[in-house]
Design a protein around this ligand. Structure first.
Ligand SMILES: *Cc1c(COP(=O)(O)O)cnc(C)c1O
Length: 387
């Protein structure tokens, strides 16, 4: 009854969402803060004041949303945690990019494509740019959905081992991509390592890589302290940047992801989308996303709180003798000197907090811990002191 294709699928296993008791969830890299009140108000009034909006199809081009995303990127430089928040005399808050992050050109709405979470966006990117006749090159440890899509679309993969410090081995990555004449994908900052490549390192890779092959940088965590590659888009026509509202924009439940790329590539992804389920994001999500972008100051403050909490947590773990990466994301990858990863995960779970453990060989002794609020992290620190 089932197709061979179906039998060969290897679906992604998300962080658990148990219902048996209420846990503090530090296992899915969600944002611990609520969305901005202005977004909630805008969504409620949007529905109340426009009762036909749910009866009619949404804007197929999502133009207001794409414009708002482009504006937000221009105003933040794509790194919220470093964006400068200013308050004027009426109490209105605005953001400007830090000098390090300022984009040297204007991101325009034609450079944006939005979809139902960046996972969906990624699936269209895979379909549009990678094929079954060429290997796709990626690091051995990166976002675990990429191999799932590669399997789904029958795209052969070549993985490259990490360096001993968990960073991406850029030389090996490039050498493999050259050998296979293939595209490249990785997350930057990377998951689950939490480590980022600088924009210069990404640029070096792009300069040496085949300009005819697509180079995807997934910036799901960039807002927490990475360096965005958006400023490189004018120089490299093969660069596709994937971003999401799920982490830094408090929007995991909303399902909104996007790409930033040159208009020709945005067009290609749009063509794939329009051949499958041609309606865009629903009208409510478009509105919520637009309003979130207009309140980037709020998410900048959240990102800053998360980054500060992360740095303090890293110091805490080091004091306790744990091995931990210097993270640029909203999570840390850490190893307890006295206990295996699975045991650590189970011990913490018994005390009411969920963290993520991967059974995959090479990482089985680690746990990945999402950074929560100060209160949540204080709870976790107490539990860790008991180990
Ligand atoms: C969380 C995550 C995503 C998925 O984000 P959604 O927009 O929620 O689908 C994509 N890439 C990476 C690296 C992530 O960590």
């Amino acid at each position: 009854m089932l197709s061979t294709r179906m039998n060969n699928l290897h679906p992604y296993v998300p962080g658990e969402q148990p219902k048996d008791r209420i846990y503090i969830k530090l296992n899915a890299n969600e944002n611990p803060y609520p969305t901005c009140q202005n977004v909630i108000d805008r969504v409620c009034s949007f529905i109340k004041e426009n009762p036909m909006k749910l009866s009619l199809y949404p804007d197929p081009d999502s133009l207001s949303l794409h414009k708002a995303i482009a504006d937000m990127l221009n105003q933040t430089g794509g790194v919220l945690t470093r964006a400068v928040v200013k308050e004027d005399s009426d109490g209105k808050k605005t953001v400007t990019p830090s000098p390090q992050d300022k984009i040297p050109f204007e991101v325009t709405p034609e450079m944006i494509y939005t979809g139902n979470g960046s996972d969906e966006v990624l699936s269209f990117v895979f379909y549009a740019f990678f094929s079954s006749s060429e290997k796709l090159t990626l690091p051995e440890f990166t976002y675990s959905f990429y191999p799932v899509y590669a399997g789904f679309y029958d795209i052969p993969m070549q993985t490259v081992p990490m360096k001993d410090d968990w960073s991406i081995d850029t030389e090996k990555l490039l050498a493999e991509a050259k050998k296979n004449n293939s595209g490249i994908i990785f997350a930057n900052p990377n998951a689950p390592s939490g480590l980022g490549l600088t924009r210069n390192q990404v640029r070096e890779l792009l300069l040496k890589a085949n300009p005819e092959k697509i180079f995807v940088v997934d910036e799901a965590y960039c807002d927490f302290g990475g360096e965005s590659s958006i400023p490189l888009l004018k120089e490299f026509k093969n660069l596709v940047i994937v971003r999401t509202f799920s982490k830094s924009l408090c929007g995991a439940g909303q399902r909104l992801g996007f790409i930033v790329a040159n208009p020709e590539l945005v067009q290609a992804v749009t063509t794939v989308k329009n051949s499958l389920n041609h309606f865009p994001l629903d009208a409510v999500s478009q509105t919520a996303g637009e309003e979130a972008c207009k309140n980037a100051w709020y998410y900048a403050e959240c990102a800053r709180k998360v980054s500060e909490e992360r740095d303090s947590f890293v110091s805490f773990l080091k004091e306790k003798g744990w091995e931990v990466n210097p993270s640029q994301t909203n999570f840390v990858l850490a190893r307890c000197p006295k206990m295996g990863g699975k045991e650590v995960y189970e011990f913490i779970k018994k005390q009411g907090i969920l963290v993520r453990h991967f059974a995959t060989k090479g990482i089985e002794n680690y746990v990945r811990i999402t950074i929560g609020t100060k209160e949540q992290m204080n709870e976790l620190k107490k539990i860790i002191e008991m180990i």
